[in-house]
Design a protein around this ligand. Structure first.
Ligand code: FMN
Length: 204
């Protein structure tokens, strides 16, 4: 008698567990897309700091391609801003694993000629007071990429001042500094590669 009651309780718990698991996975599936989209929208709000909304008439959230770029573990998402169908800016959403504390995600906007319009860090885990000066609200450091291109400075100077390059080194945050400089340089190299068209229409 007691045993069959225990069995029934165990069965009920199992069924309950299964129902909960199915419900949770359903909720997860339902929310994953909207969360990803909300994240993209947030990133795009930062994008319009770099490329003012009045400069394009398409929706760069959806006008995008994914591209593997050497040096990044995750594929880059490349948003395209267009006006009357004409290229205005490529906005690379990339994550470098080279931070002092791991991943640093940033947006790098380029004009069609391959010049940096601007860059912004979206997320990181660098140390407050040291590496976090890559954030625009903490210092002006990130502005130094504006107007730069693959040949400005010359390739050997596309590194931190600590390594003889043209870019300021954040005090006691050389690793963070180098990670971001390297990421921007990789984006520029990708944009200048001639074996693919980053403006192509997304695959149907
Ligand atoms: C508590 C602590 C936090 C640190 N945070 C960072 C950081 O956010 N970014 C960074 O590049 N280095 C960080 N460092 C590392 C040192 O500042 C490191 O010496 C420096 O980045 C390396 O520079 P160097 O190669 O020019 O000596 C941290 C070190 C300590 C002890």
């Amino acid at each position: 008698m007691i045993q069959s009651r225990r069995l029934r309780a165990a069965l009920s718990l199992t069924v309950l567990g299964l129902v909960a698991a199915v419900l949770l996975s359903g909720v997860d599936r339902l929310t994953r897309e909207p969360i990803a989209l909300a994240e993209q929208r947030r990133a795009l709000a930062t994008l319009t700091e770099l490329v003012p909304a009045a400069r394009f008439d398409n929706d760069p959230v959806f006008d995008r391609i994914e591209q593997r770029i050497s040096g990044f573990d995750q594929p880059a998402v490349i948003h395209r801003a267009r006006m009357h169908g004409e290229p205005v800016a490529l906005i690379f959403d990339v994550t470098t694993p080279r931070g002092y504390s791991g991943d640093i995600r940033l947006l790098v906007a380029l004009n069609p000629a391959g010049t940096v319009i601007g860059a912004r860090v979206l997320s990181h885990r660098e140390t407050p007071g040291l590496g976090d000066k890559i954030e625009v609200r903490r210092s002006d450091w990130i502005h130094q990429f504006r107007g730069r291109s693959l040949n400005d400075p010359q390739p050997q100077r596309w590194t931190s001042s600590r390594r003889g390059g043209d870019f300021d080194t954040l005090t006691a945050a050389t690793v963070t500094t180098d990670a971001v400089i390297d990421a921007v340089r990789r984006v520029l190299m990708e944009a200048s590669a001639e074996d693919h068209d980053l403006w192509r229409q997304p695959e149907e």
